[in-house]
Design a protein around this ligand. Structure first.
Ligand SMILES: Cc1cc2nc3c(=O)[nH]c(=O)nc-3n(C[C@H](O)[C@H](O)[C@H](O)COP(=O)(O)OP(=O)(O)OC[C@H]3O[C@@H](n4cnc5c(N)ncnc54)[C@H](O)[C@@H]3O)c2cc1C
Length: 434
């Protein structure tokens, strides 16, 4: 009897999921488990746990996955213990697991867990696949270790390569008879936000986006701070893997065939390549994605200012635009790319804080949190990553004149400036008020 265990992480879908498809074809019974992302740096150093909005969005995504599985008489289970290796070990023993599958994850801790499983249970067959990237290492002319230090040479190397076509939803084997010791996922119906979540809604969002003309003007609108369809908003469904980047590329190509390709449609591809770059970057740089000097032997100039950090988190800095951005982030779990750049640049340059705490705060609050894109972009802005210019310092006054000239965004998110940056008040550490 071959017993399969599938570990869903950032691939919460059944279609275009090569590891799941391969595992399903090789086993007699199948157990599906969701493994939450763990970033030990964030958990230990910044003492962050996901915000309520992030919990809601995850709950919606898992509920959708649970329902997709139910349509095939399957169920989604959770680990009983937060110590993932211990909990998995127990399941492997009690269920007599013979095969384990998962999508390749760019996160260092997630990779460590996978390697540890292989060390501890060498008799098990392991099946993994690149489900959340456009390409696989075999289809690239360079290896992960040869990834260029900046985006442009990477883009030039890969942009003409066609990703594989997405694959169909597999027929899943049944659950084993004895699963009473597993913790079944139970949706909490009071946890809900109005953002497309899960595979069916992701496909709907994809279709709806390409039914509009938005893709034809994406390049001109993508830097906006707010409004409808100024960017694709695919990031939350991509982050949880409710959709694959290959499915998006396929829809984009179809759109270009029907409506015509232009610089804007190319730019959506360009941004998907940025995402791709950071995924390979995280795989290459491993734990240095989280280190203070990043991938450069350069130590940023920062000091320890708990009060500044608290004010940035709460949107109470002397800058109204930054405050509005932080309010939108903490209330909705999503902000535009330009807003992320402004908030991060202000954090690093004006507040002179350690970039990793900013990245950890984003991790805690973004519904589209993606380990590679988040920490890679923060490194870029802090000048310890992939930026060939050595970091970005946005002139916030100019940004405001360009992207919020009438102060509409600031008004919408109540971004009043507070005059003083540093007071004499004592702010304890770690912060308790977040
Ligand atoms: C400091 C900082 C932190 C960030 N953290 C995250 C994160 O945790 N998760 C995340 O998905 N993106 C992150 N980004 C990248 C980018 O801001 C978001 O992907 C984008 O704003 C999401 O909105 P969208 O889907 O409408 O993007 P669109 O503009 O429509 O782009 C389409 C897709 O391309 C990808 N993409 C676009 N820009 C980038 C980029 N700069 N880097 C990597 N991928 C990109 C995303 O998958 C996005 O969904 C971060 C950027 C910065 C500056």
């Amino acid at each position: 009897m071959k017993v399969g265990l599938y570990l869903f992480e950032n691939d919460c879908r059944l279609s275009d999921n090569p590891a799941l498809t391969t595992l399903a074809s090789q086993v007699d019974t199948l157990i599906c488990i969701y493994l939450p992302t763990v970033n030990l740096w964030t958990a230990r150093k910044a003492q962050c746990s996901p915000s309520f909005t992030v919990e809601c969005y995850r709950n919606q995504t898992l509920n959708a996955l649970h329902q997709s599985l139910a349509s095939q008489q399957q169920k989604l289970y959770l680990l009983r213990d937060t110590a993932q290796l211990k909990a998995l070990t127990e399941i492997i023993h009690t269920q007599q697991v013979t095969h384990i599958g998962r999508a390749v994850h760019p996160g260092f801790d997630e990779q460590k867990l996978w390697l540890k499983l292989q060390d501890n249970f060498p008799h098990i067959q392991y099946i993994s696949a690149y489900s959340n990237t456009l390409f696989e290492p075999d289809s690239l002319p360079i290896s992960v270790s040869e990834l260029p230090p900046s985006f442009t040479p990477f883009r030039k190397t890969v942009e003409e390569i066609e990703p594989k076509l997405p694959i169909a939803t597999p027929q899943l084997p049944p659950r084993p008879n004895r699963v009473s010791d597993l913790a079944e996922f139970k949706a909490n119906s009071s946890y809900s936000i109005k953002v497309a979540a899960g595979e069916a809604q992701a496909q709907q969002q994809l279709q709806q986006y390409f039914q509009t003309d938005a893709a034809l003007t994406y390049k001109e609108t993508r830097n906006a701070l707010f409004g409808e369809h100024f960017s694709t908003r695919f990031s939350p469904i991509l982050a949880y893997g409710a959709i694959s980047p290959r499915q998006i590329k396929q829809a984009l190509t179809q759109f270009e065939q029907q409506r015509g390709a232009n610089e804007s449609t190319y730019w959506i591809w360009f941004e998907l390549l940025w995402r791709e770059y950071f995924h390979w970057y995280a795989l290459k740089h491993q734990h240095t994605l989280f280190s203070f000097s990043g991938v450069k032997a350069k130590t940023p100039k920062t000091s320890f200012y708990p009060e500044r950090f608290l004010k940035w988190c709460q949107g109470r800095t002397p800058n109204a635009l930054v405050n509005a951005i932080m309010h939108e982030l903490t209330k909705t779990g999503w902000i535009s790319n330009r807003a992320r750049q402004i908030a991060a640049s202000y954090f690093v340059n004006e507040l002179q804080l350690d970039w990793r705490y900013g990245a950890a705060f984003f991790e805690q609050h973004l519904i589209d949190y993606d380990v590679a894109a988040n920490w890679g972009n923060w490194q870029y802005i802090a000048g310890v990553g992939a930026d060939p210019r050595g970091g970005r310092h946005f002139n916030i006054t100019k940004q405001q004149a360009l992207f919020d000239p009438d102060g509409e965004y600031i008004k919408l998110w109540q971004g009043e400036a507070t005059p003083q940056l540093d007071s004499q008040d004592h702010v304890g550490w770690p912060l308790e008020d977040n």
